[in-house]
Ligand binder design. Structure first.
Ligand SMILES: [Zn+2]
Ligand SMILES: [Zn+2]
Length: 360
């Protein structure tokens, strides 16, 4: 089974249609998991149009999109509308081909256990609340003008929870309840926010107000000790290996960037996705868009891109672990110069760079 994982999409229909769905299809993904700030925004007409249009395209490609919630998703509204309608795996059916992954949900795909944690703290919370109030005041002044002109009074709805959502992050109590409900190890975790212990290098969301939620996720990391942890929210791509237990248990944390409309400086489209292969022999292999892009230039011509890249990725992982390569005697990794295989075959330079990087 192949899972395509997408970073923040912020209700950007064009981004899905022109880039994400075709990329997922090109990699023969069976399902898509989106890690929050997806665009659950049905309190406005545009939000409904977005879900309808995206669903039509996903249905046409026979692929189901599973999205957890970010700080900019009106997930309570989604639960109010569709929470009663669950599929066999407990996902909330939002459209025929769009599912909401409820907070803390645990499920199994191809024998591997997965868990999702939505939410984060919004650093622009004050601006959002102020804008909601301004919009409400403007609506009231229009209504008062109508009434002054002798028209029948109409209701002005509250603008609260239209730009900033009060339940954007879980409380300690909610988190404790989720952990008590499932304290076992999990193979893969998807979240919106990052676990506190990961270091993305460039982190614009490393503020005290962001830390409580990231601390909760760090606790989840030490409890579940997953092999892989995917998240969004930072709009910045990185991979890092963290120790997740006091023995030799490690978690590869993979942060994904966002859609083109919200892009930060130095953004590249391939920074916003990764592919998780759940292989029949119980191995799991992750290939990020960035890794594939870097390898593309170096792959032996004639190899089918997908299979060739997977082979190379597996070889890298084996080399990093220091275990012998299948067909060769093992990689020789000199301090300087290119690594060579036992048979004398040289690794391309870009692979050396990756070997020195955090991917194991
Ligand atoms: Zn976010
Ligand atoms: Zn975002």
């Amino acid at each position: 089974m192949r899972v395509f994982i997408a970073g923040d999409t912020h209700g950007n229909t064009n981004w899905w249609l022109s880039y994400l769905l075709p990329t997922a299809k090109a990699h023969r993904a069976d399902v898509i998991v989106q890690v929050g700030d997806f665009g659950f925004w049905e309190h406005e007409p545009d939000g409904i149009t977005y879900l309808d249009r995206l669903n039509r395209e996903a249905a046409a490609q026979c692929i189901v999109i599973y999205a957890l919630h970010g700080n900019h998703d009106n997930w309570s509204d989604t639960m109010r509308r569709y929470g009663h309608d669950r599929d066999d795996d407990g996902f909330v059916r939002v459209r025929s081909h769009i599912r909401y992954i409820p907070q803390g949900h645990v499920w199994t795909w191809a024998g591997r256990s997965m868990r999702a944690f939505g939410g984060a703290y919004s650093l622009d919370k004050e601006w959002r609340i102020k804008t909601e109030r301004k919009r409400e005041a403007a609506a009231w002044s229009r209504e008062n003008e109508r009434r002054a002109a002798g028209k029948a009074p109409r209701d002005v709805p509250s603008f609260a929870d239209t730009l900033w959502f009060r339940d954007e992050e879980m409380t300690d109590q909610e988190f404790t309840e989720l952990m008590v409900a499932h304290i076992f190890t999990v193979d893969v975790v998807f979240s919106h926010d990052k676990p506190r212990g990961s270091d993305p290098g460039l982190d614009l969301k490393n503020e005290p107000a962001c830390h409580p939620n990231q601390d909760r996720l760090q606790l989840a990391l030490h409890t579940h000790r997953p092999r892989f942890w995917f998240h969004g929210h930072l709009h910045h791509a990185y991979t890092q290996t963290l120790r997740s237990g006091d023995d030799d248990t490690f978690t590869d944390v993979i942060g994904l960037s966002c859609d083109d409309a919200a892009r930060p400086r130095f953004w590249r489209p391939y920074d916003c996705w990764a592919v998780l292969d759940l292989l029949d022999d119980e191995r799991m292999v992750v290939t990020t868009g960035r890794l594939l892009e870097e390898l593309k230039a170096e792959v032996t011509p004639g190899l089918p891109a997908d299979d060739g890249l997977r082979t190379i990725t597996l070889a890298i992982m084996r080399a990093k672990r220091g275990t012998p390569h299948e067909e060769h005697d093992g990689w020789d990794l000199p301090a300087d110069g290119l690594p060579t295989c036992g048979c004398g075959e040289e690794l391309p330079g870009v692979l050396k760079a990756i070997l020195d990087g955090p991917l194991r």
